[in-house]
Structures are given as C-alpha cells and as structure tokens.
Design a protein around this ligand. Sequence first.
Ligand code: PHE
Length: 353
Amino acid sequence: MDDLREEYLKLIAEAGDESGLEALRVQILGKKGELSLRMRELGGMTPEERQTAGPKLNALKDEINSAFASRKAGLADAALENRLRDEWLDVTLPPRARREGSIHPVSQVTEEVTAIFADMGFAVAEGPQIETDFYNFDALNMPANHPARAEMDTFYMSRREGDNRPPHVLRTHTSPVQIRSMEAQGAPIRVIAPGRVYRADYDQTHTPMFHQVEGLAVDRDIDMANLKWTLEEFFSAFFGTRVETRFRASHFPFTEPSAEVDIQCSWDGGQVRVGEGDDWLEVLGSGMVHPKVLRAAGVDPAEWRGFAFGMGIDRIAMLKYGIPDLRAFFDSDLRWLRHYGFSPLDRPTVHAG
Ligand code: PHE
C-alpha cells in the first residue's frame, strides 16, 4: 500500500494539465479505478485482515483525493498566471488610423438654415417626396391643363394599365408642404420645409434631384415688408455679412403678388462674393400666399394672410462655400466629399461666437 501511495502521489504531482489530471483521477478513483477495485477486495478478506486493511485503504483514498484537489487548484492557478502573462494588451498604444466621415454641404447648410429660421420662430415641417398631383399642383392653384404644370419638367410615377386615377408625381417643389402644414395646423402658422425636389433637368446648375427650403408665415397682419425683413435677416445671418436683396416682380400661380428675389454679389476673377458689389444673383421665388391656396388648405382668406418663399438649398450652399459645379454634389465622389464636406467634430455653426 505504501508503494501504491508513492506511485499515485508521484503521478498526481507530474500531471501537467487539468485534463490529464482528470484522466488520472478516473483511472485511480473512478468506478473501475484501481483504488476502487482494492476497496472492493476488502469484501473477500477475513475480518481480521479487513480490520487493518480497511482503515488504511480509506486513509489512502482520502489522501489521494485531497492530493487531487490541491493539484487541481495548483494547475488552475498556474493556468491563470499563464493567461495573465500572455494575454496582455497595451492600452496606451495609439489606435489604428480610421478615416472620419464628413458632413455633406447640403446637410450642413440645411442645418444652418434651420437654426436661423428657428431663431425667428419657424418650426420645421415635412411632406412626402412622392406627392399626389393635388398637393403638388391643384391645391397650389395649378388645375389640370394649367400651363405651369408643363413648365415644371415633372417626373410622373407610372400607373398600372387600366388604373385611370391621376398619377403621383415626384414633387417638383416644396410648396405642397404649405398645404399639408396648413391642413394639419391651421392658422396662425410659421414653418419652413427643407427637402428634396425633382425635375427632369441636367446641366451645370441643374440636377434632376435638388433641395429646396419652403417658408410659410400666415397670420392676421402679414405683408410683403415682413417677407423682405425675414429674408434679409436670414441672408445676413447665413452669409455673416449684411446682404441687400432685390425683389423683382414675377409670377407664380400660388402667390399674388409674386416676386423673385436676388441677393447682392460681386464677380471678381470668376469668384462670386455675396454681400458686396453691384451684381445680383437669383436665389428664390416668393410672394403673398394666394387666397385660393389658403382656401384649398382650409384657412379662411378673409381672416388670414401670409407670405411664402421657396429657396434653393444647393444654390446657397454653392454661394457660401464656393462650390462651382452643382452636379458634383450628387456624384458621391469621395475626393469631392472629403474636400467640400465638413468634419463632424469641427463644423461651422451660426451660433459660433
Ligand atoms: N415653388 C416655387 C418654385 O419651386 C418657389 C416659390 C415658393 C414661389 C413659394 C413662391 C412661393 O419655383
């Protein structure tokens, strides 16, 4: 029995890992293990033999058991030590360089425009880009066969054959949001509606998709002077310099009277500068909301009146940030985006002091 003890203790001490140790445990102490067989042999002994062999065997079993336990704990500690030594990480190393994305000039300018009008009490409204021809045309005083419809280069959604309802259109302007917001909110109301609009047109200053921001203010005593003040206030805040505007009489079916608005600029060496010089650049259409439009949106023109305007966001982005070609805005060319985009962490704000 002393030999067995020596041998077992040696084997346990030599076990190199936890799975080897477990195999050894099964071999010695398992149901068919050597020590278990010895225990079973006790049954065949004489009572005297059993009296001396029994306690010895039990003591041996206890000793072997606890040798296993402490070896197991020792191996686990050693394994942990090894991991702690091997699996280290230098958290002070600089990270691998990753390219930062950039804010598109249209997003940047949309936020600037929104912030400025928010300061003047305008909320932001939205409407769908796929519009019914009612909202895009009829409610804006452009009934079917009105010539202005033809001038808009409208994209029509196709209808299934036999479906004779009027087609939906890709909205040609943000003006339908005037109707939708008055329907939803009634008067008085003061909203802007930035978003995408679509016209079948493509050259250096036109893309089939572009961005407008609509403005609408309806109250009891609004007039053109409020429109002019609001726009000059806006342009001066946006361009960071006093900007003169020029109102040219114009025509839109949904405003009466109507005006196209130019902002003051200079052309020096092909470079346009806003707020100086004696040239003019057209940036928006505007006017007093036509009574028929108010009525179509459920607002009583005998009680309420208002102004509206629609301005090209891409256009004023080009002017403010010196971007020459509109088409490049939507090419998704990474070099262009990195050049003209804004760092998310360091972008101009209209509130920066
Ligand atoms: N919707 C007009 C356009 O896209 C602009 C406009 C808006 C004019 C509101 C007057 C009033 O050209």
